[in-house]
Design a protein around this ligand. Structure first.
Ligand code: NCD
Length: 315
Protein backbone atom coordinates (compact mmCIF):
# COMPACT_ATOMS: atom_id res chain seq x y z
CA UNK A 1 0.00 0.00 0.00
CA UNK A 2 1.33 3.40 -0.94
CA UNK A 3 1.23 6.08 1.67
CA UNK A 4 0.74 9.62 0.43
CA UNK A 5 1.89 12.46 2.66
CA UNK A 6 -0.58 15.25 2.12
CA UNK A 7 0.43 18.79 2.95
CA UNK A 8 -1.99 21.70 2.77
CA UNK A 9 -1.07 24.23 0.09
CA UNK A 10 -1.80 27.88 -0.59
CA UNK A 11 -4.29 28.67 -3.36
CA UNK A 12 -1.90 31.11 -5.08
CA UNK A 13 1.38 30.83 -6.97
CA UNK A 14 2.13 34.60 -6.86
CA UNK A 15 1.00 36.85 -3.99
CA UNK A 16 0.07 40.11 -5.69
CA UNK A 17 -2.93 41.41 -3.78
CA UNK A 18 -4.73 40.93 -0.50
CA UNK A 19 -7.96 40.20 -2.40
CA UNK A 20 -6.46 36.85 -3.54
CA UNK A 21 -6.21 35.55 0.02
CA UNK A 22 -8.96 33.20 1.25
CA UNK A 23 -9.66 32.09 4.81
CA UNK A 24 -8.29 28.64 3.95
CA UNK A 25 -4.96 30.23 2.89
CA UNK A 26 -4.85 32.01 6.21
CA UNK A 27 -5.41 28.73 8.08
CA UNK A 28 -2.63 27.01 6.10
CA UNK A 29 -0.27 29.94 6.59
CA UNK A 30 -0.94 30.34 10.32
CA UNK A 31 -0.38 26.60 10.86
CA UNK A 32 2.96 26.89 9.07
CA UNK A 33 3.74 30.05 11.09
CA UNK A 34 3.22 28.10 14.32
CA UNK A 35 5.85 25.62 13.07
CA UNK A 36 8.11 28.52 12.09
CA UNK A 37 7.92 29.94 15.64
CA UNK A 38 9.64 26.70 16.77
CA UNK A 39 12.13 26.77 13.88
CA UNK A 40 13.05 30.34 14.80
CA UNK A 41 13.54 29.38 18.42
CA UNK A 42 16.11 26.78 17.28
CA UNK A 43 17.87 29.53 15.28
CA UNK A 44 16.48 28.33 11.91
CA UNK A 45 16.77 25.27 9.67
CA UNK A 46 17.83 24.47 6.11
CA UNK A 47 14.59 23.73 4.26
CA UNK A 48 15.41 26.47 1.68
CA UNK A 49 19.02 25.40 1.25
CA UNK A 50 20.12 26.08 -2.34
CA UNK A 51 17.23 28.50 -2.96
CA UNK A 52 17.71 32.19 -3.77
CA UNK A 53 15.42 35.12 -2.98
CA UNK A 54 15.70 38.15 -5.30
CA UNK A 55 14.79 41.17 -3.20
CA UNK A 56 13.99 44.19 -5.40
CA UNK A 57 13.17 47.43 -3.60
CA UNK A 58 12.45 50.40 -5.87
CA UNK A 59 11.21 52.28 -2.81
CA UNK A 60 12.98 52.68 0.54
CA UNK A 61 12.31 50.00 3.12
CA UNK A 62 13.97 48.84 6.30
CA UNK A 63 11.63 46.43 8.03
CA UNK A 64 10.05 44.68 5.08
CA UNK A 65 13.31 44.15 3.22
CA UNK A 66 15.26 43.02 6.30
CA UNK A 67 12.40 40.78 7.33
CA UNK A 68 12.15 39.00 3.95
CA UNK A 69 15.92 38.64 3.76
CA UNK A 70 16.28 37.44 7.36
CA UNK A 71 13.41 34.98 6.81
CA UNK A 72 15.17 33.48 3.77
CA UNK A 73 18.47 33.19 5.62
CA UNK A 74 16.84 31.62 8.70
CA UNK A 75 15.58 28.89 6.38
CA UNK A 76 19.04 28.26 4.96
CA UNK A 77 18.49 30.08 1.65
CA UNK A 78 20.40 33.01 0.22
CA UNK A 79 19.53 36.46 -1.07
CA UNK A 80 20.45 38.70 -3.99
CA UNK A 81 19.15 42.22 -3.58
CA UNK A 82 18.87 45.63 -5.19
CA UNK A 83 17.60 48.65 -3.33
CA UNK A 84 17.01 52.30 -4.05
CA UNK A 85 15.72 54.18 -7.03
CA UNK A 86 19.21 54.46 -8.43
CA UNK A 87 19.72 50.76 -8.84
CA UNK A 88 20.98 50.25 -12.27
CA UNK A 89 18.01 48.83 -14.23
CA UNK A 90 15.68 51.65 -13.24
CA UNK A 91 18.41 54.23 -13.67
CA UNK A 92 19.03 52.96 -17.19
CA UNK A 93 15.33 52.97 -18.02
CA UNK A 94 14.65 49.23 -18.04
CA UNK A 95 10.98 48.21 -17.72
CA UNK A 96 9.73 46.34 -14.64
CA UNK A 97 8.84 43.44 -16.92
CA UNK A 98 12.41 43.06 -18.20
CA UNK A 99 13.92 43.35 -14.70
CA UNK A 100 11.59 40.57 -13.53
CA UNK A 101 12.37 38.35 -16.53
CA UNK A 102 16.06 38.75 -15.71
CA UNK A 103 15.65 38.17 -11.95
CA UNK A 104 13.58 35.05 -12.75
CA UNK A 105 16.72 33.52 -14.29
CA UNK A 106 18.84 34.16 -11.19
CA UNK A 107 16.53 33.29 -8.34
CA UNK A 108 13.77 30.94 -7.11
CA UNK A 109 11.41 33.58 -5.68
CA UNK A 110 11.10 37.37 -5.99
CA UNK A 111 9.83 39.98 -3.55
CA UNK A 112 9.39 43.50 -4.92
CA UNK A 113 8.42 46.92 -3.58
CA UNK A 114 7.58 49.64 -6.07
CA UNK A 115 6.03 53.14 -5.83
CA UNK A 116 3.31 52.52 -8.45
CA UNK A 117 -0.08 50.92 -7.87
CA UNK A 118 -0.40 48.03 -10.33
CA UNK A 119 3.37 47.42 -10.58
CA UNK A 120 3.10 44.12 -8.70
CA UNK A 121 0.52 42.79 -11.14
CA UNK A 122 2.69 43.72 -14.10
CA UNK A 123 5.70 42.04 -12.51
CA UNK A 124 3.84 38.83 -11.61
CA UNK A 125 2.39 38.55 -15.11
CA UNK A 126 5.87 37.93 -16.55
CA UNK A 127 7.53 36.15 -13.64
CA UNK A 128 8.40 32.51 -14.23
CA UNK A 129 9.10 32.00 -10.50
CA UNK A 130 6.86 32.80 -7.49
CA UNK A 131 6.46 36.54 -6.94
CA UNK A 132 5.49 38.42 -3.75
CA UNK A 133 4.27 42.02 -3.60
CA UNK A 134 6.17 43.79 -0.80
CA UNK A 135 4.14 47.02 -1.21
CA UNK A 136 2.96 48.80 -4.36
CA UNK A 137 2.77 52.52 -3.64
CA UNK A 138 -0.37 53.52 -1.73
CA UNK A 139 -2.13 50.37 -3.02
CA UNK A 140 -1.60 47.09 -1.22
CA UNK A 141 0.85 45.35 1.12
CA UNK A 142 -0.45 41.79 1.48
CA UNK A 143 2.36 40.33 3.62
CA UNK A 144 2.01 43.19 6.12
CA UNK A 145 -1.75 42.52 6.18
CA UNK A 146 -1.06 38.86 6.97
CA UNK A 147 1.40 39.59 9.74
CA UNK A 148 -0.99 42.15 11.21
CA UNK A 149 -3.81 39.61 11.15
CA UNK A 150 -1.54 37.00 12.76
CA UNK A 151 -0.64 39.52 15.47
CA UNK A 152 -4.30 40.36 16.14
CA UNK A 153 -5.14 36.67 16.34
CA UNK A 154 -2.29 35.95 18.77
CA UNK A 155 -2.89 39.00 20.95
CA UNK A 156 -6.70 38.62 21.12
CA UNK A 157 -7.08 34.81 20.80
CA UNK A 158 -8.93 34.97 17.44
CA UNK A 159 -10.47 37.44 15.01
CA UNK A 160 -14.23 36.82 15.01
CA UNK A 161 -16.36 39.46 16.69
CA UNK A 162 -13.53 41.95 17.26
CA UNK A 163 -13.82 45.73 17.17
CA UNK A 164 -10.82 47.08 15.23
CA UNK A 165 -10.06 50.80 15.25
CA UNK A 166 -7.61 52.14 12.66
CA UNK A 167 -6.23 55.66 12.97
CA UNK A 168 -4.09 58.03 10.90
CA UNK A 169 -3.51 58.09 7.15
CA UNK A 170 -6.24 55.78 5.87
CA UNK A 171 -6.07 57.20 2.36
CA UNK A 172 -2.43 56.48 1.53
CA UNK A 173 -1.64 53.83 4.17
CA UNK A 174 -1.42 50.61 2.15
CA UNK A 175 -1.12 48.48 5.29
CA UNK A 176 -4.54 49.78 6.38
CA UNK A 177 -6.06 48.65 3.08
CA UNK A 178 -4.52 45.20 3.45
CA UNK A 179 -5.25 44.44 7.09
CA UNK A 180 -8.85 45.71 6.95
CA UNK A 181 -9.67 43.48 3.94
CA UNK A 182 -8.35 40.44 5.81
CA UNK A 183 -10.14 41.24 9.08
CA UNK A 184 -13.38 41.72 7.10
CA UNK A 185 -13.29 38.03 6.10
CA UNK A 186 -14.31 37.11 9.67
CA UNK A 187 -17.77 36.94 11.24
CA UNK A 188 -19.01 39.70 13.50
CA UNK A 189 -16.07 42.11 13.18
CA UNK A 190 -16.60 45.86 13.04
CA UNK A 191 -14.38 48.85 12.36
CA UNK A 192 -13.90 52.40 13.57
CA UNK A 193 -11.93 54.41 11.00
CA UNK A 194 -10.29 57.47 12.56
CA UNK A 195 -8.70 60.12 10.31
CA UNK A 196 -8.68 63.77 9.34
CA UNK A 197 -11.33 64.38 6.62
CA UNK A 198 -8.59 64.69 3.96
CA UNK A 199 -7.21 61.18 4.71
CA UNK A 200 -10.32 59.04 4.92
CA UNK A 201 -10.51 55.39 3.95
CA UNK A 202 -10.93 55.09 0.14
CA UNK A 203 -14.56 54.61 -0.84
CA UNK A 204 -13.94 51.34 -2.73
CA UNK A 205 -13.03 49.55 0.52
CA UNK A 206 -15.98 51.03 2.41
CA UNK A 207 -18.36 49.98 -0.36
CA UNK A 208 -16.98 46.43 -0.26
CA UNK A 209 -17.42 46.29 3.55
CA UNK A 210 -21.00 47.54 3.26
CA UNK A 211 -21.77 44.93 0.59
CA UNK A 212 -20.52 42.14 2.87
CA UNK A 213 -22.48 43.51 5.84
CA UNK A 214 -19.35 44.53 7.78
CA UNK A 215 -20.25 47.43 10.09
CA UNK A 216 -17.98 50.47 10.29
CA UNK A 217 -18.05 54.06 11.41
CA UNK A 218 -15.86 57.01 10.45
CA UNK A 219 -14.75 59.74 12.84
CA UNK A 220 -11.97 62.28 13.41
CA UNK A 221 -11.80 61.53 17.12
CA UNK A 222 -8.95 59.28 18.35
CA UNK A 223 -10.83 58.65 21.60
CA UNK A 224 -13.29 56.50 19.64
CA UNK A 225 -10.53 53.87 19.44
CA UNK A 226 -9.69 53.60 23.15
CA UNK A 227 -12.48 51.13 23.90
CA UNK A 228 -11.82 48.91 20.85
CA UNK A 229 -10.11 45.49 20.99
CA UNK A 230 -7.30 46.74 18.74
CA UNK A 231 -6.16 50.28 17.96
CA UNK A 232 -3.98 50.23 14.83
CA UNK A 233 -2.05 53.50 14.54
CA UNK A 234 -0.40 54.64 11.29
CA UNK A 235 2.04 57.28 10.08
CA UNK A 236 0.91 60.14 7.84
CA UNK A 237 2.55 59.05 4.54
CA UNK A 238 4.74 62.07 3.77
CA UNK A 239 6.06 60.63 0.48
CA UNK A 240 2.56 60.49 -1.03
CA UNK A 241 1.81 64.23 -0.68
CA UNK A 242 2.27 66.50 -3.67
CA UNK A 243 1.88 69.54 -1.41
CA UNK A 244 4.28 69.30 1.56
CA UNK A 245 2.43 72.20 3.22
CA UNK A 246 -0.60 69.91 3.44
CA UNK A 247 1.58 67.20 5.01
CA UNK A 248 2.94 69.69 7.59
CA UNK A 249 -0.62 70.63 8.50
CA UNK A 250 -1.77 67.02 8.97
CA UNK A 251 1.33 65.28 10.31
CA UNK A 252 0.66 65.80 14.02
CA UNK A 253 -3.01 64.80 13.72
CA UNK A 254 -2.83 62.05 16.37
CA UNK A 255 -0.50 61.13 19.20
CA UNK A 256 -1.43 58.24 21.44
CA UNK A 257 -0.05 58.53 24.99
CA UNK A 258 0.11 56.34 28.09
CA UNK A 259 -2.52 58.55 29.71
CA UNK A 260 -5.05 57.72 26.98
CA UNK A 261 -4.62 54.02 27.72
CA UNK A 262 -5.02 54.13 31.51
CA UNK A 263 -7.27 51.25 32.57
CA UNK A 264 -7.82 50.19 28.93
CA UNK A 265 -7.31 46.68 27.55
CA UNK A 266 -6.98 47.77 23.92
CA UNK A 267 -4.07 46.20 21.97
CA UNK A 268 -1.98 48.91 20.30
CA UNK A 269 -0.43 48.08 16.91
CA UNK A 270 1.59 50.03 14.34
CA UNK A 271 3.22 48.76 11.11
CA UNK A 272 6.24 51.04 11.84
CA UNK A 273 8.10 53.26 11.25
CA UNK A 274 6.34 55.58 13.67
CA UNK A 275 7.00 59.31 13.68
CA UNK A 276 5.09 60.76 16.62
CA UNK A 277 1.81 58.80 16.51
CA UNK A 278 2.66 56.78 19.63
CA UNK A 279 4.48 58.39 22.56
CA UNK A 280 7.53 56.49 23.83
CA UNK A 281 5.95 55.89 27.26
CA UNK A 282 3.33 53.56 25.70
CA UNK A 283 6.08 50.89 25.48
CA UNK A 284 5.84 50.41 29.27
CA UNK A 285 2.34 49.01 28.87
CA UNK A 286 1.42 45.40 28.04
CA UNK A 287 -0.98 46.89 25.44
CA UNK A 288 1.96 47.83 23.17
CA UNK A 289 2.14 45.02 20.60
CA UNK A 290 4.12 46.76 17.84
CA UNK A 291 7.49 45.17 18.53
CA UNK A 292 5.89 41.73 18.91
CA UNK A 293 4.27 42.54 15.54
CA UNK A 294 7.76 42.89 14.00
CA UNK A 295 8.76 39.40 15.17
CA UNK A 296 5.48 38.03 13.84
CA UNK A 297 6.43 39.56 10.49
CA UNK A 298 9.57 37.44 10.37
CA UNK A 299 7.62 34.32 11.27
CA UNK A 300 4.90 34.97 8.65
CA UNK A 301 7.47 35.61 5.91
CA UNK A 302 9.33 32.41 6.87
CA UNK A 303 6.01 30.55 6.59
CA UNK A 304 5.26 32.11 3.20
CA UNK A 305 8.70 31.31 1.79
CA UNK A 306 8.51 27.79 3.16
CA UNK A 307 5.10 27.16 1.54
CA UNK A 308 5.71 29.00 -1.74
CA UNK A 309 9.04 27.22 -2.27
CA UNK A 310 7.70 23.80 -1.35
CA UNK A 311 8.17 21.60 -4.46
CA UNK A 312 4.71 20.06 -3.82
CA UNK A 313 3.08 23.50 -3.94
CA UNK A 314 1.62 23.94 -7.40
CA UNK A 315 -1.77 25.70 -7.34
C1 NCD B 1 4.64 50.35 6.11
C2 NCD B 1 4.76 50.47 4.61
O1 NCD B 1 5.87 50.40 4.09
O2 NCD B 1 3.72 50.63 4.01
N1 NCD B 1 5.77 49.85 6.74
C3 NCD B 1 6.07 48.53 6.68
O3 NCD B 1 5.83 47.84 5.72
N2 NCD B 1 6.61 48.02 7.78
C4 NCD B 1 4.07 51.52 6.77
C5 NCD B 1 4.69 52.86 6.56
O4 NCD B 1 5.65 53.02 5.81
O5 NCD B 1 4.17 53.79 7.17
Amino acid sequence: MEIYSYRMALSFHHLVSTAQIHQEDIRVLFDEAARMEEVLQQGGDDRCHGKILASLFYEPSTRTRLSFEAAMRRLGGSVVSAEGIRFSSLYKGESIEDTIRVASQYADIICMRHPDIGSAERAASVSSIPFVNAGDGPGDHPTQGLLDLYTISKERGGIEGLHIAIAGDLLFGRTVHSVSQLVALYEGVHFTFISPPELKMPRKYLTAFAERGVAYMETEDLEAGFGADVLYMTRIQKERFEDLGEYERLKGAYTLTKKHLKGRGVTVMHPLPRVDEIAKDVEDLPNAAYFRQVRNGLVIRMALLSLMLDPHHSP
